[in-house]
Design a protein around this ligand. Structure first.
Ligand SMILES: NC(=O)c1ccc[n+]([C@@H]2O[C@H](COP(=O)([O-])OP(=O)(O)OC[C@H]3O[C@@H](n4cnc5c(N)ncnc54)[C@H](O)[C@@H]3O)[C@@H](O)[C@H]2O)c1
Length: 456
């Protein structure tokens, strides 16, 4: 109750109040910059929440496919593409000026490593500058790309503030800036973007609150943390935790094997402990956009503060040595059968970096193929999700996925299982191959295999 006689004046709604109102009434427009593995699902979630969504990407082919409802990320599901293409509330575009309509802009662009394992923030800088060009009162900008703690404040803020000041706009008062890491796990069916808890950290109190308000509309469980830096560091901790634990089991694999102990059985046994242990599995090496790359963002930043990140470096070293170990195990297995690797017919099973997806980014299969070819093996591959070996930054081989037939398997000297896709007939592989090098323990589920199986 306002008592004017007591001198109370009605409080004018703040810019934050107005932002909240637009979100609550679903009048806010959300712009998503970068419509890849991370940007597309959040664009879908914001659209499902009832917002008008502008999807911007520099890749004109993706935009065309979105307009046609053509799926370019298979694991995202064809429904999402169909729904977005048929919606009057989703606008895919290559025209950055359309983003000036957006009340919130979510930056979901790549954060790769440079040639010396240094962060390459050029995509973040370019997209931030573009978002800054559209800056107006009441706008929220959120960085979703994974990066080192301090990126939002030290890299994004100065770029946007330069424009903001010239327009008389102050962060935390007139516009808002936050970090919210995506936890996308391509191929996982147990969680969706909506049901995966979301961290949100602002560069100030009001920015955190604005971001929290927006994400709460689209995500079931939003966890507001005290700063953008906490959210940035938490995302890196999640990925470093995986990289280090995968390295641990990768290191233990040959140790236990030389003792005649099967590491897979050991992990399954340890995993019966109901607390204090989370199972991680060995494999042919790391892949995907996150785990092989993100930990080194922290390594780089730590140097600025005079710290070494020995766990991260060691994990990187062990995980990066795995493709070479797989090739060495293949050569040894062939040798035991009286065959040299030189001239051997090697069929690589699985190109994607993990099961049931078509994602080949940083896949260890590429390095395995490179090393096999370097040792004069004749290499071909089969992957039900990857029809052709794609053009990659470091690798390109003119290979197409071969059909998995009894004849093709019989012709091969060795089958190297790199990815344990569910769609592969392992009974067929086990019945017709002569020798199998299994990096995923998938043949353990095919006990009747006639082929000799070597775990690597
Ligand atoms: N892939 C994952 O599973 C995953 C999970 C969590 C976090 N991340 C992080 O999310 C970020 C994005 O990764 P991603 O996997 O979605 O990458 P992606 O390559 O699948 O998608 C990035 C998209 O950004 C576009 N793009 C590049 N520069 C642009 C620009 N200046 N303006 C507009 N669009 C631009 C590209 O064309 C591409 O479509 C990275 O920081 C990554 O580490 C990825």
């Amino acid at each position: 109750m306002i008592d004017r006689d007591k001198g109370d004046a009605p409080r004018m709604p703040s810019v934050l109040d107005e932002f909240r109102g637009r979100v609550a009434r679903r009048e806010a427009t959300v712009g998503v910059v970068g419509l890849g593995y991370v940007g597309l699902p959040i664009a879908g979630a914001m659209h499902d929440a009832g917002f008008e969504v502008i999807g911007f990407d520099v890749d004109a082919k993706k935009i065309e496919q979105l307009r046609r409802g053509e799926a370019y990320l298979r694991h995202a599901g064809e429904d999402l593409f169909r729904v977005l293409a048929g919606s009057g509330r989703f606008r895919p575009t290559t025209d950055p000026s359309l983003l000036s309509k957006a009340d919130a802009i979510l930056l979901c662009v790549p954060t790769p490593l440079g040639p010396h394992k240094e962060p390459d923030l050029s995509f973040v800088e370019r997209s931030t500058a573009m978002a800054a060009g559209t800056l107006r009162r009441g706008q929220l900008i959120v960085l979703e790309s994974t990066s080192y703690p301090g990126t939002t404040r030290e890299v994004c803020l100065p770029i946007i503030e330069q424009i903001g000041r010239s327009r008389g706009l102050h962060v935390g008062k007139d516009w808002f800036l936050a970090f919210s890491p995506e936890r996308e796990d391509p191929g996982r069916t147990s969680h969706t973007t909506r049901t995966t808890p979301r961290l949100v950290g602002g560069i100030d109190q009001a920015s955190g609150e604005a971001a929290e308000e927006l994400y709460r509309a689209a995500i079931d469980h939003v966890v507001a943390v005290s700063s953008a830096e906490v959210a940035e560091a938490a995302k890196l901790l999640e990925n470093i935790y995986r990289a280090v634990n995968i390295a641990l089991v990768n290191e233990l694999k040959p140790v236990l094997a030389s003792m005649g102990i099967d590491i897979w059985e050991v992990i399954a046994s340890a995993a019966t402990k109901p607390y204090g242990f989370a199972p991680f599995y060995p494999g042919p090496g790391l892949g995907g956009h996150c785990i092989p790359i993100d930990p080194f963002y922290l390594t780089w930043k730590a140097r600025e503060f005079g710290h070494a990140t020995r766990f991260i470096e060691l994990a990187g070293e062990i995980n990066a040595s795995m493709p070479g170990r797989v090739v060495a195990a293949t050569a040894e297995a062939l040798n035991d059968m009286g065959k040299p690797l030189h001239g051997a017919d090697v069929l690589v099973l699985g190109l994607a970096y993990k099961k049931n997806v078509d994602d080949v980014r940083e896949t260890p299969a590429a390095e395995i193929i490179r090393e096999l070819l370097g040792r004069h093996a004749r290499v071909s591959y089969h992957d039900p999700h990857v029809a052709e070996f794609p053009m990659m930054r470091k690798y390109h081989f003119p290979l197409r996925s071969e059909s998995l037939t009894p004849e093709r398997l019989e012709q091969s000297d060795v089958v190297v299982i790199v990815t344990d896709h569910d769609g592969v007939d392992y009974d067929l592989v086990g019945s017709h191959a002569k020798l199998i090098v299994d990096t995923r323990n998938v043949m353990a589920k095919t006990p009747g295999a006639k082929a000799k199986v070597v775990k690597a």
